[in-house]
Ligand binder design. Structure first.
Ligand code: ATP
Length: 233
């Protein structure tokens, strides 16, 4: 007689930070790992979205993926998640979450910065996001937490102080984390990298802003940017 065991595998919790990652920087990584620590998760998936050509600032999807892979090679808590690049354009988070759910039963914790949360009501089908995931919000600036009224009203129904909820419920909650501030954005880094060349050309290199921007990049990412001459104006 063949013995059968009832081996119900508990779905695991998958943390995902979606973004343009143009380029990925230590603000993304630092905040996401701290948020993951707060909710008791080890791995964070970095999920690049599709970009409309006019928003890519001359940097192809292949370059963005490569830079994410370099970050992941440097840190065994990071994993690239490329599903959004396989879906039709433009990227809509709610559609991506649905696609992820079709692939696996994992509980999804979708990480966003507070700045993105403030714009959440502009996202496609934003009120359905929590059907598929928990939202985990990372701090982005020093200002008092002040989402617009529509988002605040929605948060009032969904925010929980119980950070353990993500391990017991499959979806439906928002967790506001207390991550340290990482005052950097990809836009700032692109600006510094673009101006660095013209500043040097003009004989007025602004070395302090260039080096401080470099500090926000993984060394391998900075080398990749230099090697491929990305973000030059
Ligand atoms: P850009 O300046 O090009 O808009 P960005 O630096 O904001 O880019 P994205 O790739 O658009 O980076 O961000 C992906 C996600 O990471 C967003 O939810 C964003 O709020 C969050 N994020 C980005 N930078 C930080 C940071 N320094 N601290 C916390 N969260 C961040």
């Amino acid at each position: 007689m063949i013995k059968t065991f009832s081996t119900q595998i508990k779905p695991s919790v998958k943390a995902i930070l979606g973004g343009t990652f143009n380029p990925p920087h230590k603000g993304h990584i630092g905040a996401a790992l701290k948020a993951a620590d707060e909710i008791g998760i080890n791995l964070v998936h970095l999920m690049p979205c599709k970009l409309a050509p006019h928003k890519s600032v001359g940097v192809s999807e292949t370059h963005r993926v490569k830079m994410i892979e370099l970050c992941a090679q440097n840190n065994d808590r990071l994993i690239p998640e490329l599903i959004e690049l396989t879906l039709p354009s433009p990227s809509y988070t709610v559609k991506t979450l649905r696609a992820l759910k079709e692939k696996s039963d994992d509980t999804i914790c979708f990480f966003i910065g507070a700045d993105s949360l403030y714009n959440l009501d502009k996202w496609y089908e934003w009120e359905n996001l929590l059907d598929y995931c928990h939202l985990v919000v990372m701090r982005r600036d020093d200002e008092q937490f002040s989402p617009p009224p529509a988002v605040q009203a929605w948060l009032d129904c969904h925010v929980t102080n119980d950070k353990n909820v993500i391990h017991v419920k499959p979806a439906g909650h928002v967790v506001l984390t207390n991550t340290p501030l990482y005052s950097v954005s990809s836009t700032e880094i692109r600006d510094v990298l673009a101006n660095a060349k013209s500043a040097v050309k003009a004989g007025t290199p602004n070395s302090s802003s260039v080096s401080s921007s470099n500090l926000w990049l993984e060394e391998s990412v900075l080398n990749y940017i230099n090697e491929h001459q990305l973000y030059k104006s």
